[in-house]
Structure formats: structure tokens, C-alpha cells
Design a protein around this ligand. Structure first.
Ligand SMILES: *Cc1c(COP(=O)(O)O)cnc(C)c1O
Length: 470
């Protein structure tokens, strides 16, 4: 079973990986052959093995033709980071060591490293040093983790241990947010039994901006009953923020648990230019962010921070005869949804050590500059229209040639998005913003430079003109 030639295989992967990353500098981000390549893997279960080199070669060959090359610099879709060299290499090491950090006894060094990394991240994001946190698979699970703590707190206010006893007999959990709430919070609320659609969103316009007065009134009307508030630090259409400080000021006059979703927006704390958007976050009870987005570590990696780390033991504690209780060192398996788990701390530690706080600040600020560069070019182009102020790293705009009437613009931009996907030189995803079909490139990848964003604007205008002509 053991491949005698591990060295040969790893050398092959190192060589091909380097070539692949080099190639993504200029190759199309997405090939039109995706479906065909994906289907080609669907072969009969091999009765006899062929050895390890053949499948690796096949994966590399086919990935080149069929994968979306989001590791490269011209992927602007959703909010997706790449992997810094330090993080990528550390990820290989992580697989080599293959530690299960759920229990300290299995992976003591890597498990304890997670506490170091959480402290580094807390410092970088300006969160109080008394807070705790855990690494999870992403911001969805981080939202789940933070809101699970909030649910525990909420039930305690009703004199109940919801994690031991469940919800039976308790009223519904009031959850309040703005229209900026991310879908993953709905999902987390569904997973928590609170209910996907029970959250009340106070929006004063179609974009979803918080209606502060209505939100304040709703808290008032609860008459002291406990509630969970979710503030959004970085909304995915435009990168805008809820007025977090104001939202928390109001929440604190009532009986609330405040959760902040900063999946990518929390990184705004690294630059003095955007840090004010996050003012007040340090007064929340739980905060979410992502590693695999703006930190540029490989999937999967998210961060859940909590003011009072003891809450984690409620939903996530485990007891079983074969697990030793009362150990001095905390076991991560008892602090988060996952039991057995990857040692995610290695990549985070390695990339922060490699590039430092200042290296990340510089990257974030370069992305802020690139977003402004796109916005300026959009403003200057007669056939493009900026739809929202650019506050962070997302630029929401549309193709709008002066001769096309408003009612035809959504269909035109829909066709443009399809044309961009088929063309593949850049990858950008769309949205519906205030009922307008829009493009919303996000700057997240550490490799992206001015030439890449200039190409983005050029390709949008070129394909826009083509789509308009047909
Ligand atoms: C991406 C994102 C999430 C979900 O993150 P995953 O890492 O995909 O689970 C949650 N909230 C916001 C604001 C996001 O941008």
C-alpha cells in the first residue's frame, strides 16, 4: 500500500504546482470546457490500482483545462482569496504531519498553536486580549459558532440550559439585523433551530441599509426580553458596513447578545483608512471572520471569536468514557463544531510570520487602492455606471451605454455577465443591486495588480460593446 517513491511523487507535485501557478498569471481564468472535463473523471471504479503518479498527472492535466483558476490574479468573483506562498507551503506541511488537533493528546503542538494564532488574529483585528476564539471551516461555521453561544446566553436569560435541555417550552428567539445580513447567517440560524426566516431585518432602502429607528423601536418593544443582534461588517454586494458602533450603542441599552459578521470586512481593521468602519466591534459578544478570503490561506479556514470563551463549552462540549476529562490543556474538539479536524493553525501562523502585520496591511491597502482605481475608471467611462460608493474592496457597477433605455439594462448586463464567463480572461460575478443587474468585482487575491484590474475594465467594455451589437 505504501508508495515506495514518495519523494518522486512530491517532487512531481512541486514541479507541476509551480508551473501551474506560473501559468495562471496569463491563462484564462475559466475554460469553456468545464462540463466536459468534470464529466471525464466519472470512470468506473478501478479494480486494480495504477500507481500514484497516473492520477496526479491526470488531475493536473485536467485541472489546467477545467478548473476555475481562482489561485490566479484575475479572479474577481464572490469574495475568494488565493493562497500566499507561505500559506500554500505550510498547507502541504499540514497534510504531511496530518495532525488531528481535536484532542491535545493527539496533536499537542498544532493544537496549542491554534491559541497562539487566535491571539495574533485578535491583536491584528483590534479585539480585546481577554477574548477567546477558534478556527473553523469558514465564516458560515464561525457564524454558527458565535450564534450558538448567543443562543446559549439567550436561553440562560430564560433560566434554561438550551444545550442540555433543548428549546421545548421556550419562546422564539428574537434576532434582529439589517438588510445586509448574509445568507450564511440565515443558514446558521436554521442549523441552530432558531429558524432561517425568523430574523427581522430593518432596512430603510432596497440596498438593505439599517433603519436605525425601526431597529431601536423593535428592541424597545421587546420590553427587556433577551434578543440577538447581528451586525454586518462588509456586505457582499458593495462592501458596505452597518453603522456598527451605533447599532451596538443601541443594543447595549437592551438585553442583547451582539454578533458581528466580518467574514472579509474585519480585515478593514488593518488599515487606518477603513478601521473606523469597524469601530465598536470590540464591544460585541462574538465576531466572525474568514481565513480563506482576505488572509489568503487555502480552504478551509474561518475564525470565530467570542468575548467569553466559556460559552463554547455549552453547545460544543463532549463527554465520553474514552475521552479523558479534567486535563489541563483545553481540547479544541470541545470548543467548536468539529471533533477530528485539520491543523488549520499552521498556515495562518506561517503566513503571518512570513509577511507580518505590515505585509498584510500593505496588501489590504493595495486592494483598497485597486478598488478605487476600478471605480475611477468606471466613472470616467461613458458606458459604465458606478452603483455604490466604494468603501472597501468591492466595486458595484454596470454597463450602461447612454443610448440604452433603463428597462433594457438588466437584460443587457445579464448577457454581459454570461459573455464574461464564456470569455474567461477575467472572472467576475454579478448581483441585483437596488433592482439593477450589476457586476461586483471583489479584490481579495494577494497576486492582483493594476494591470489585472485595468484588463477587467477593458474586457467589460469590449464585451459590453459586442453584446450590445448583437
Ligand atoms: C463569505 C461570507 C460568509 C460565509 O463564509 P464561508 O467561508 O463561505 O462559509 C459569511 N458572511 C459574509 C459576509 C461573507 O462574505
Amino acid at each position: 500500500m505504501i508508495e515506495p517513491d514518495v519523494e518522486k511523487l512530491l517532487a512531481y507535485v512541486a514541479k507541476e504546482a509551480t508551473r501551474y501557478l506560473e501559468w495562471t498569471s496569463t491563462a484564462p481564468v475559466r475554460s469553456p470546457r468545464v462540463d466536459e472535463v468534470a464529466a471525464s473523471f466519472d470512470i468506473k471504479l478501478p479494480e486494480d490500482g495504477e500507481g500514484a503518479l497516473a492520477p496526479l498527472q491526470e488531475i493536473f492535466d485536467k485541472a489546467r483545462e477545467g478548473a476555475v483558476h481562482s489561485a490566479g490574479p484575475r479572479f474577481f468573483g464572490f469574495v475568494i482569496g488565493g493562497a500566499t506562498p507561505a500559506a500554500l507551503a505550510a498547507d502541504w506541511v499540514t497534510s504531511t504531519l496530518d495532525q488531528n488537533v481535536g484532542l491535545d493528546v493527539c496533536g499537542p503542538v498544532a493544537s496549542r498553536l491554534e491559541f497562539v494564532v487566535v491571539a495574533w488574529l485578535r491583536e491584528m483585528f483590534g479585539l480585546p486580549s481577554s477574548w477567546g476564539g477558534v478556527l473553523v471551516t469558514g465564516a458560515t461555521m464561525a457564524n454558527f459558532t458565535g450564534l450558538a453561544c448567543g443562543r446559549r446566553w439567550w436561553a440562560q436569560q430564560h433560566g434554561r440550559d438550551v444545550d442540555d435541555e433543548g428549546f421545548a417550552g421556550l419562546p422564539g428567539v428574537p434576532v434582529l439585523s439589517s438588510g445586509y445580513l448574509h445568507g450564511s447567517s440565515h443558514k446558521a440560524l436554521a442549523m441552530l433551530g432558531i429558524g432561517r426566516n425568523t430574523v427581522r431585518k430593518f432596512a430603510r432602502d432596497e440596498a438593505g441599509r439599517l433603519d436605525v429607528d425601526a431597529y431601536g423601536r423593535a428592541l424597545e418593544e421587546l420590553g427587556g426580553a433577551p434578543a440577538i443582534v447581528i451586525a454586518n461588517a462588509g456586505e457582499v454586494n458593495t462592501g458596505d458596513f452597518d453603522p456598527i458602533a451605533e447599532m451596538i450603542d443601541i443594543a447595549r441599552q437592551h438585553n442583547t447578545w451582539v454578533h458581528v459578521d466580518g467574514a472579509f470586512g474585519l480585515f478593514g481593521a488593518l488599515s487606518p483608512r477603513t478601521a473606523p468602519l469597524l469601530a465598536g466591534t470590540e464591544r460585541a459578544d462574538s465576531v466572525t471572520s474568514d481565513g480563506h478570503k482576505w488572509l489568503n490561506v487555502p480552504y478551509d479556514c474561518g475564525f470565530a471569536f467570542v468575548r467569553d470563551v466559556s460559552y463554547l463549552a455549552g453547545p460544543f462540549g463532549v463527554s465520553a468514557a474514552y475521552l479523558r476529562a479534567g486535563e489541563d490543556t483545553p481540547n479544541l474538539a470541545f470548543m467548536k463544531p468539529e471533533a477530528s479536524q485539520r491543523a488549520r493553525a499552521w498556515t495562518v501562523w506561517a503566513t503571518l510570520r512570513a509577511y507580518g502585520h505590515s505585509g498584510y496591511r500593505a496588501m489590504i491597502e493595495r486592494h483598497l487602492d485597486l478598488a478605487q482605481r476600478i471605480a475611477a475608471r468606471v466613472d470616467a467611462a461613458p458606458d459604465l455606471e458606478l452603483l455604490a460608493e466604494v468603501k472597501l474592496n468591492i466595486v458595484c457597477f454596470r454597463f450602461r451605454p447612454p443610448e440604452v433605455p433603463e428597462e433594457e439594462l438588466n437584460a443587457l448586463n445579464e448577457r454581459l455577465l454570461d459573455a464574461l464567463l464564456a470569455d474567461g480572461r477575467v472572472f467576475v460575478t454579478g448581483t441585483l443591486y437596488e433592482d439593477k443587474r450589476a457586476l461586483r468585482p471583489a479584490l481579495v487575491n494577494w497576486r492582483t495588480q493594476e494591470a489585472d484590474v485595468d484588463l477587467l475594465v477593458d474586457v467589460v467594455r469590449e464585451l459590453g460593446a459586442k453584446v450590445l451589437a448583437t
